[in-house]
Design a binder for this molecule. Structure first.
Ligand code: SMO
Length: 727
């Protein structure tokens, strides 16, 4: 396949993003930038009440409002099909999305009616004129049975336990905070529709919409041109997307909906929210013998496609990077009276890392060891985990040694003792993690088109990661041309009929591998073609940015393309998952008077496998770190008395540039054997290792105060109360 040695070395090159000039010049095209002729606006009436029965839904006043074209309620939705829910674990009774509440309200914020009007303001005004009365149900007295239970078990249960370490953690619900809120625009076309969606999964959205609307999938085209962030919040089809499609299909006119930020807080999917209890059994030397854990994950009141991914990820990757010969993990997922809880950057991996990292620190404390030393003594190896998953590669000891060396860890510990003696409150925290990066398949094609340009089409989508830059590098490496010759097309089902999209940190490992194979196949076709033209053997042809070099002459790209396009396709099915890993050290100082936390520095040794483009990797690490800091320090969705207190960015804190700490990143790549290029995932890592390191650092800082286990977010109030021994 590609002859990387002699051609360019595009893989590993620090290329700037080809996407950026367009975006920086304001030439990005997000859904709300599109306003076709005669486009109607859709706005949604959401229940301001929690669970209960709808006793009155009167549209009369709203229907007479200026500009109103139609109002949809559940009564108009007969005969619709269902979206899919990924059966990642057995035994789930799925609750797929419903477009509008039907008789019962299951959660505050649930959509009750959709108003379509000439303008957004008119639709909004009319929605306010709908009379909705709900008889709220009394709070449930008994917990309903879980929607799903699952157990991961493996290894021999320990016989003789010397000590048991217990930790319980509650994770706040988080809002996946994309800069661009969700948005949908549907245009009737022939017997079907074109949908512009802000989504991570265009093809699956098309298939789910086809099922819901009862239309053949090939009459629907889903396009996601620019997507302004997603983080899991746009990974699955949402009720509003389907409402827009339905309204446009019924009315025969373009219809658009763009979520307000308030709506995103009310009704977008949320992340995290689990409660986890775990116990690590140790022998007399402090070595782990077994891990038992109970995971309780909320689901919200309906289930998007990936609803089970977080609980499955959390359960299957325990005990993480440690040598624990026995695991017994019991998980349950509960339907709850809130928005759907779905994947959010990390998707279960942060929860698993958090519990193991706290157990590790507590175990070290119990054994009178430094947290680094306990870890170094009890690291596992890549290969099978006790619960059955198989980690492809990694060297956890190397990560920790590198981290200790780079930070001067032992000296930092000495310095901490001195600072403590001087009355300062300061801590060091390690976060060690493993991170599986997705399974399944992805598609790619590469075509030599008229004029000599190469066009790569990928089923992976993009929401700001730099996909076009990255995949052009892969094609250039495989073919031997310059990346500038390669155009990359994605996120349009008319151009790429089959694909999965961008989620689970899978795009480069799986989508990039598909692209590598497709480009390799095209290279072979091109060499054959050039050999025919030049009358030589294919083995004598070398491709370069100038075209095909043959013994007799050089055939330029345009000439190669002159007889018509030449295309190669590949569908890559990953035989195994690629597992990234990393180690983070957080250094923090706490002001004991106020509880205010300062992150003095974060050092991060990261094994993201073979690095395709260091600039893109660093961007992903930085972004994940920002969201990891958000989760650790400030973000939480708060409900009180059934109402949402964090309904705007005035109330829900997200990190700002000034919250970013000094960061040192050290790349320690071990190529993954799971794919030919050795790629692993990287996009979610910052949400996995960084929060765990911060938690351990804060708990370490508070050790002299004898503080019990804390939960995120570590607000100054929470830290101050802990120091003051207040509840
Ligand atoms: S949380 Mo990601 O979009 O799999």
């Amino acid at each position: 396949m590609g002859s990387s040695a002699e051609t360019g070395g595009w893989i590993g090159k620090r290329m700037t993003r080809r996407e950026d000039l367009r975006l920086l010049k304001g030439e990005g095209r997000f859904v709300d930038d599109l306003s076709p002729e005669g486009c109607l606006a859709l706005e949604i009436l959401r229940s301001p009440y929690g669970p209960g029965s709808i006793t009155c839904l009167n549209l009369d006043d709203a229907a007479g409002m200026p500009g109103v074209v139609a109002i949809l309620t559940a009564a108009d939705l007969g005969g619709l099909g269902q979206a899919s829910v990924n059966a990642l674990l057995p035994g789930l009774a799925p609750r797929p999305l419903r477009l509008l509440a039907d008789g019962e309200i299951e959660a505050m914020g649930q959509a009750v009616a959709a108003v379509v009007a000439q303008t957004r303001d008119q639709a909004r005004d009319a929605a306010e004129m709908i009379l909705l009365e709900v008889e709220e149900a009394p709070p449930e007295e008994t917990e309903p049975p879980p929607a799903l239970t699952h157990r991961w078990q493996g290894g021999m249960a320990p016989q003789k336990v010397a000590r048991q370490i217990s930790v319980t953690q509650s994770h706040a619900l988080l809002a996946p905070m994309a800069m661009e809120p969700r948005a949908a625009l549907a245009l009737p076309e022939g017997s079907g529709l074109t949908l512009h969606l802000s989504t991570q999964t265009p093809q699956r959205c098309r298939d789910d919409l086809a099922a819901i609307l009862g239309l053949p999938a090939d009459t629907l085209r889903v396009v996601a041109r620019d997507v302004g962030g997603a983080f899991g919040g746009k990974a699955s089809l949402m009720p509003e997307d389907a409402l827009v499609a339905l309204a446009a299909h019924r009315l025969g006119r373009p219809v658009k909906w763009v979520a307000s930020r308030a709506e995103e807080f009310l009704a977008a999917t949320q992340g995290r929210g689990a409660r986890i209890s775990a116990r690590l059994q140790l022998d007399e030397s402090g070595a782990p013998l077994g891990l038992t854990a109970e995971l309780a994950f909320p689901l919200g009141h309906w289930m998007p496609y990936s609803a089970l991914a977080p609980i499955r990820n959390a359960g299957r990757i325990l005990p993480g990077p440690y040598a624990v010969p026995h695991v017994d993990v019991r998980a349950q997922a509960m339907v709850t009276a809130g928005p759907a809880v779905n994947i959010y950057r990390g998707a279960g991996r942060p929860e698993a890392a958090m519990i193991m990292e706290r157990l590790a620190d507590r175990a070290a404390e119990a054994m009178g060891l430094d947290p680094l030393d306990w870890r170094l003594a009890h690291l596992g190896q890549p290969g099978p985990l006790a619960g059955g998953e198989v980690v492809c590669s990694g060297d956890y000891a190397a990560l920790l040694h590198r981290l200790a060396e780079a930070t001067g860890y032992r000296a930092l510990r000495n310095r901490q003792q001195q600072r403590r003696a001087g009355g300062e409150v300061c801590g060091l925290g390690i976060g060690l993690y493993i991170e599986p990066c997705g399974q399944g398949w992805e598609t790619a094609s590469v075509t030599l088109e008229a004029g000599g340009r190469l066009v790569a089409r990928t089923g992976s989508s993009a929401q700001g990661q730099g996909r076009e830059t990255a995949f052009a590098q892969i094609v250039a490496e495989a073919i031997g041309c310059d990346p500038g010759r390669v155009g990359v097309i994605h996120s349009d089902t008319a151009q790429v009929a089959q694909g999965i999209g961008a989620l689970a940190s899978r795009s480069t490992a799986i989508g990039g591998t598909a692209m590598w194979h497709a480009a390799g196949k095209l290279g072979a076709l091109l060499r054959d073609h050039a050999a025919g033209l030049a009358g030589c053997a294919a083995g004598e042809v070398r491709l370069s940015d100038a075209g095909a070099e043959t013994p007799s002459r050089r055939i330029g790209w345009a000439e190669l393309a002159a007889a018509g396009p030449i295309r190669a396709d590949h569908r890559h099915e990953a035989a195994a998952e690629a597992w990234a890993s990393g180690a983070v050290l957080a250094e923090v100082t706490v002001d004991p008077e106020t509880g205010a936390l300062t992150i003095d520095r974060i050092t991060w040794v990261d094994d993201a496998g073979r690095v395709l483009n260091p600039l893109l990797v660093e961007g992903q690490l930085w972004g994940g770190l920002a969201q990891g800091i958000g989760a650790a320090l400030m973000e939480q969705v708060v409900y009180r008395d059934g109402q949402l207190l964090t309904g705007s960015l005035m109330d829900y804190a997200v990190p700002r540039a000034s919250d970013m700490p000094p960061l040192r990143m050290i790349s320690a790549p071990i190529p993954s054997p799971a794919n030919p290029l050795g790629f692993k995932g990287v996009g979610e890592a910052g949400c996995i290792g960084v929060p765990a390191a911060l938690m351990n650092a804060v708990q370490d800082a508070l050790l002299p105060f004898g503080v019990p286990d804390l939960s995120f977010p570590l607000t100054s109030e929470k830290i101050w109360r802990a120091i003051q021994r207040l509840p």
